[in-house]
Every structure is written in structure tokens, then in C-alpha cells.
Ligand binder design. Structure first.
Ligand code: 5AD
Ligand code: SF4
Length: 445
């Protein structure tokens, strides 16, 4: 049976798609790279913003024609939107055979068998932690990077930021056993993986059993996990995303500074630079605290780079609040930022707050932050011209096959002409001779 999987949204969804593909290939299915070659179409969806849902619904709607031409085609929706809208999707999209929520993805092989036998619509939406059993299964998707792999270490989120649908659709936060994670990493490394990205909606809460209080002083189960993974022979780099700022205590910062494989780049979601808005967002830190954490990391890890998530136009955000966000962003000096226009999500407290911000203001604020970001990254990249950077080689550049590309530990993209010895997964030294705001260019030394 040929299966096509289309993934929307975050890296956790990409990881879930790999796990689904891993389970299905074990059952004898083939993964294909186009819907026209498939007997089964799976849409692994996102709900974090309205646009993400609209995109997936549009695409699934379009599949009606394929099903008309081939009535045996099986179509399923999985992931956050499946969880969010459940059986309602089966009513509005009558050509869809099944919806499977985020807690039931391990049941996919059984669901497919049942659909093929009975051909009646099916919805599986319960929350459950058995889903963890499927998490060790990996399949290299056609567009994934050969020497890198994702490992999900936590699932779900208990933080309930007031704008966010994730805790509602991905359920309560659970962490995997440290030994399972380490074993999975070892297996990946023995299959050629050099860099692992640890994933969790709130990854630094790893091992806290869902407690929303940051760990007591001097302890960090997440730092303990990093330490174990750092010991794995053959593993070159460890990254992680996304941590909530309050979990960066001295123990975790110290682990990042001293463990040789942990990369010097951190994605630290800011969301807003205004304490008033942070409070309305139910974020448990102030702008000052955020800066203190970032500055501490800069002190301990001088070449560290930061990226972030920011929301513009959260309900009640005034020009003054926005300026605070702009200032703190310029102050930290992010090298990358995902800037989102606030999108009301039904069922979350922010969706019914007064003073929703006009779309034009969201657009304008978004543009201003993007401009600032480009200026900052251009400055940072200029400062790297003339330096020598250690680069983990990823492969030929997509735009120009004469050039290869890779990344520094600080997550900078570096382009260079390859030599006979250049190969994926190798660490090379590149002397940087020019840059753009997004990439560095140089020659092997
Ligand atoms: N509107 C806009 N952005 C959102 N995010 C989460 N929920 C919303 C929403 N309702 C953003 C946050 C989060 C990132 C993954 O998506 O910045 O960190
Ligand atoms: Fe959403 Fe907040 Fe949880 Fe991140 S920490 S997934 S923004 S609720």
C-alpha cells in the first residue's frame, strides 16, 4: 500500500509524521512523494494559527476530486486540527475517512486495517500516554536532512499561555524516560546521524512530571539529559527547541556552557517585551527577567546566538507595549525570529479579550520587527567576515549545486565551494569572506 503524508506546522509534527511513516513501513507500506501515487493520503495538521487550519482544510477539500476518480482512496486527518475539530471534520469533509488526534497516532495501522475492511468513517480523539510507545520509530522522510534527526523528549504542554491552543490539542505534558531517549539517540548515531534536535512544546520542562514551577535551585533534569547525551560517541551536536525562558537556571546555563556537543544557539520564545502584555498572555516572567537570562547566557557563552518567537497585536497591545517589544528585541540582538500576527483561537482566553488589535496595526508592527531583525542580523554577520567557522556539512545548496552548505554551532548558514573530501556530516573549517543578512559565504581551509 502506498502512503502519502503531508505535514503542516512545527517540528513536532514533522517528527510525528516520521514516526507514523516508521510504523507504516514496518507494516509493509511504502511512503510516496506525491498524492497521485498514493492509496492512502494522510494530512498531519496544525492549529496554532487560523491560517494553518485554513491551508490544510483547503488542501483536503481539493482531494475530493481524487477520491471521485478513485473511490478506494483512503483519506485521513491527523494532528492538532484533527484533535481540535474532531468529528465535525468528518461531517464537513465527507470524503475524509478518518480523523486521529494527537494522543492516538500509534493506532494508525489498526485504523487503516479497519477502514479497509469496513469503509466507514472513524474518529479517534482520546488523550493518552501510550502514544510514547511509537516515539522511537524513525523513518527518513524524502525532504529531511541526512545527518540530522529529531527526538521528541516531552509531549504536550501544561503552561496554558492565554493565546495558545497547544495545551488544548496536545494534552498534558509528559516526559519520556531518560534511558529511552539515550537509546534512541545511540541508535540514530549508529545509523549515521551526527546532530540531534530534542523536541518538546516545553522542552526544558523535561523530567518535571508536568509541574509548571521551574525546578528547584541547583537542579535541572533537562540539563541531566543533555549531559547523558553529550557522552554518546559519534554524536557531534545537540540542539533543542522550544524551551520556556523561566527554566534557564544556573544549572542549565552551566550545562550549555560546558557540554561540548550542546550548540551555542538557543531558541528562547519572548512573545512580548511588555510586562503588561506578558501578564495577559499568562507568561510567568517579566521583560527584565528575560533579559537577565539572556545576558547570563551571553556572559557564560560569549558566541551564543538567540532566536525567538514574538506575537504582535495581542489583544490590548498599544503602541507603547509594541515599542517595549521592539526595544528588547534590539537589545538581545536576535539572529532569527518568528514573528506572528496574533490569531484568535476559539476556546482560549485571549480570543474573547476586549481590544482586539486591527489587522493593519498587526501588519505594520510585523514589518517593523522584520526590518529591525534584518538590520541586526546583517550587523552580526558582517562581524563574522574574516573569521574561521566550524561547519557541519549538510549537502549541496538547493539554489546552486556548485556550492555546499552547512551550519555553525551558532546556527549560521555557511556556503562554500566543496573539495574532493567534502561530505555530508563532516565538520570542516571555513574562512568567511562575505555575507548577506541570512548567510555567510567562504572557502574551506
Ligand atoms: N496567534 C499567533 N501566534 C501564536 N503562537 C501561538 N499561538 C498563537 C496565536 N494564537 C505562536 C507563539 C508560539 C509559536 C509556536 O506560535 O509565538 O511560540
Ligand atoms: Fe503554547 Fe505557551 Fe505551551 Fe508554548 S508554553 S506550547 S506558547 S501554551
Amino acid at each position: 500500500m502506498n502512503v502519502f503524508i503531508k505535514t503542516y506546522g512545527c517540528q513536532m509534527n514533522e517528527r510525528d509524521s516520521e514516526a507514523i511513516a516508521g510504523m507504516l513501513t514496518k507494516e509493509g507500506c511504502q511512503i510516496v512523494d506525491h498524492e497521485s501515487k498514493a492509496d492512502v493520503l494522510i494530512f498531519n495538521t496544525c492549529s496554532v494559527r487560523e491560517q494553518a487550519e485554513r491551508k490544510a482544510i483547503g488542501k483536503v477539500g481539493f482531494m475530493k476530486k481524487l477520491k471521485k476518480d478513485n473511490p478506494n482512496l483512503v483519506i485521513g486527518i491527523m494532528g492538532c486540527m484533527a484533535q481540535n475539530h474532531g468529528e465535525e471534520l468528518l461531517k464537513t469533509l465527507s470524503h475524509v475517512d478518518f480523523v486521529i488526534g494527537t494522543g492516538q497516532l500509534h493506532k494508525l495501522p489498526e485504523v487503516l486495517t479497519s477502514i479497509l475492511e469496513e469503509r466507514s468513517q472513524l474518529a479517534l480523539l482520546d488523550e493518552g500516554c501510550e502514544v510514547l510507545t511509537s516515539m522511537g520509530s524513525h523513518y527518513k522522510m524524502p525532504d529531511s536532512k541526512p545527518c540530522q534527526a529529531f527526538i521528541a523528549v516531552t509531549r504536550g504542554c501544561n503552561r496554558f499561555c492565554s493565546y495558545c491552543i497547544v495545551p488544548h490539542v496536545r494534552g498534558r505534558e509528559i516526559s519520556r524516560e531518560i534511558n529511552d531517549v539515550v537509546e534512541e539517540a545511540k541508535e540514530l548515531v549508529s545509523s549515521g546521524v551526527k546532530e540531534i534536535m530534542l523536541l518538546g512544546q516545553n522542552v526544558a520542562a523535561y523530567g518535571l512530571n508536568g509541574d509548571t514551577k521551574p525546578p528547584p535551585k541547583g537542579t535541572s533534569p533537562f540539563a541531566d539529559l543533555l549531559k547523558e547525551l553529550n557522552e554518546i560517541d559519534g554524536l557531534v551536536r545537540i540542539r533543542f527547541t522550544s524551551p520556556y525562558p523561566s527554566y534557564f537556571n544556573d544549572k542549565l546555563i552551566d550545562a550549555m556552557a560546558t557540554l561540548s556537543k550542546v550548540c551555542h544557539n538557543v531558541h528562547l520564545p519572548l512573545q512580548s517585551g511588555s510586562d503588561r502584555i506578558l501578564k495577559k498572555m499568562n507568561r510567568q516572567y517579566t521583560a527584565e527577567k528575560y533579559l537577565e537570562i539572556a545576558n547570563k547566557m551571553k556572559q557564560r557563552i560569549p558566541d551564543i546566538t538567540f532566536s525567538t518567537d514574538v506575537i504582535v497585536g495581542f489583544p490590548g497591545e498599544t503602541e507603547e507595549d509594541f515599542i517595549k517589544t521592539r526595544d528588547i528585541m534590539n537589545n538581545v540582538g536576535f539572529d532569527n525570529a518568528f514573528i506572528f500576527k496574533y490569531s484568535p483561537r476559539e476556546g482560549t482566553p485571549a480570543a474573547i479579550m476586549e481590544d482586539q488589535v486591527q489587522q493593519e496595526d498587526k501588519e505594520r508592527r510585523n514589518q517593523l520587527l522584520l526590518q529591525d531583525l534584518e538590520e541586526r542580523t546583517a550587523e552580526h554577520n558582517e562581524n563574522l567576515v574574516g573569521t574561521v567557522q566550524e561547519v557541519l556539512v549538510e549537502g549541496p545548496s538547493r539554489r546552486n549545486a556548485e556550492r555546499w552548505s552547512g551550519k555553525t554551532s551558532t546556527a549560521k548558514v555557511v556556503m562554500f565551494p566543496p573539495d574532493e573530501e567534502t561530505e555530508r556530516g563532516k565538520l570542516v573549517k571555513v574562512k568567511i569572506n562575505r555575507c548577506t543578512p541570512v548567510s555567510l559565504f567562504g572557502d574551506l581551509i
